[in-house]
Design a binder for this molecule. Sequence first.
Ligand code: FES
Length: 87
Amino acid sequence: AFDVELASSGKVVTVPAGRTVIQVLAAHGVDIPYSCEEGVCGTCLTGVLDGVPDHRDMYLTDEEHAANDQFTPCCSRARSAKLVLDL
Ligand code: FES
């Protein structure tokens, strides 16, 4: 599990194994647009202000992955204990 913080509100939610960031945020009333849910389309792309994503998409380039300033919350997770999202 890891935590996700919404930069605009400071709200923190925990994403357990087996659930996606999109699913958990939606359950808290935060709806991120998505389409493929498997890291292909980039529809769900979300800015990352702090923390290190565990990128599991095929949409971003290696360089974009390495920058760690955006990720695809439909399938990607976190390597750090917390991600702060530009939401
Ligand atoms: Fe397609 Fe996330 S919904 S990459």
